[in-house]
Design a protein around this ligand. Structure first.
Ligand code: NAP
Length: 281
């Protein structure tokens, strides 16, 4: 790898799952990685991955006031960030009616506002340099939905929309934006990281209980391999023409295609109504 192809990555949430896999692959490829963690145990584990090129950064992405100074210190002490990967996030599970509004705020604080705050801190320097790549880890749940994860899907739909809009605002400055939407992968997402709302309304038992049970049983057995996702991501980052949206996993491919096709069918079915609302002039 030449000096010019060596990049500085800033990845949020490198303690486990995708973040850890992305960091490992980037370090193995010779890049420098600043990885955010939330405690000293995770910081030390990350540092040990490459003493000279793995730089832990203690940061909770909902500590909005801390983000800009943290990014500035990275750019001063380590160097300008070439690739930002907004990976930190978690899943909230619970029917909308049973889940407190506060759960939704927290879900959006981490999955949406945290990512946007990171972007706002990084963009000025990328814009000055007319270069950079922002990767937002969304989800197939940013395209498809299922009962019991409305807050999560809402947050990932939001991040998909923000990413696509941002890509149009930044393309003139040579900055790429890619929303990466994985299917089900073997990480801690459905295990220790998931926030599961309590149950209070029997009416939802028949719909929701099998979904909750199936997710618990599948945790640790998902088809998606984070290490392979990391290799896919490196390919995208190396591409001169990276995609704005990238699905990862055969489940994501299948379910998103089905969703787009049923959406197209529904649009056609209601076309006469949709097209009836313009002024006549
Ligand atoms: P994971 O193994 O649970 O990793 C989540 C990471 O995010 C951890 O490092 C965690 O840090 C960090 N994090 C959570 N809240 C944070 C906060 N407030 N501030 C800073 N860091 C925080 O799960 P994962 O699957 O790798 O999740 C990574 C991303 O992939 C998430 O955005 C998730 O929604 C998305 N995703 C996952 C799947 C899947 O099937 N696994 C599918 C689609 C999308 P701590 O160790 O400190 O908790």
């Amino acid at each position: 790898m030449t000096e010019t192809t060596k990049k500085i990555f800033l990845i949020t949430g490198v303690s486990s799952g995708f973040g850890l896999a992305f960091a490992r692959a980037a370090l193995d490829a010779g890049h420098t990685v600043v990885g955010t963690v939330r405690d000293s145990v995770a910081a030390n584990a990350f540092k040990r991955m490459a003493q000279d090129r793995a730089h832990p950064l203690l940061l909770d992405v909902t500590d909005f006031a801390a983000i800009e100074p943290a990014v500035l210190s990275v750019e001063t002490d380590i160097g300008p960030v070439d690739v930002l990967i907004n990976n930190a996030g978690y899943g909230h599970e619970g029917t909308l009616e049973e889940s407190p509004l506060e759960d939704m705020r927290r879900q959006f604080d981490v999955n949406v506002f945290g990512a946007v705050a990171m972007i706002k801190a990084i963009v000025p320097s990328m814009r000055k340099r007319r270069a950079g790549h922002i990767i937002n880890v969304t989800s197939m749940g940013g395209f498809i939905t299922m009962p019991g994860i409305s807050y999560y899907c809402g947050s990932k739909f939001a991040l998909e929309g923000i990413s696509e809009t941002l890509s149009k605002e930044l393309e003139g400055f040579g900055i790429h934006v890619t929303a990466v939407a994985p299917g089900s992968f073997r990480t801690d997402w459905a295990g220790r990281s998931m926030v599961r709302a309590g149950r209070s309304i029997d009416d939802y038992d028949a719909l929701f209980e099998p979904i909750r049970r199936a997710r618990e049983e599948k945790s640790g057995k998902q088809a998606g391999d984070p290490a392979k996702a990391a290799q896919a991501l490196l390919k995208v980052i190396a591409s001169p023409n990276p995609p704005v949206h990238l699905l990862l996993g055969n489940d994501a491919l299948k379910f998103v295609r089905e969703k787009l096709s049923s959406l197209a069918d529904e649009i056609s079915e209601w076309e006469a109504v949709s097209s009836s609302t313009d002024y006549a002039d």
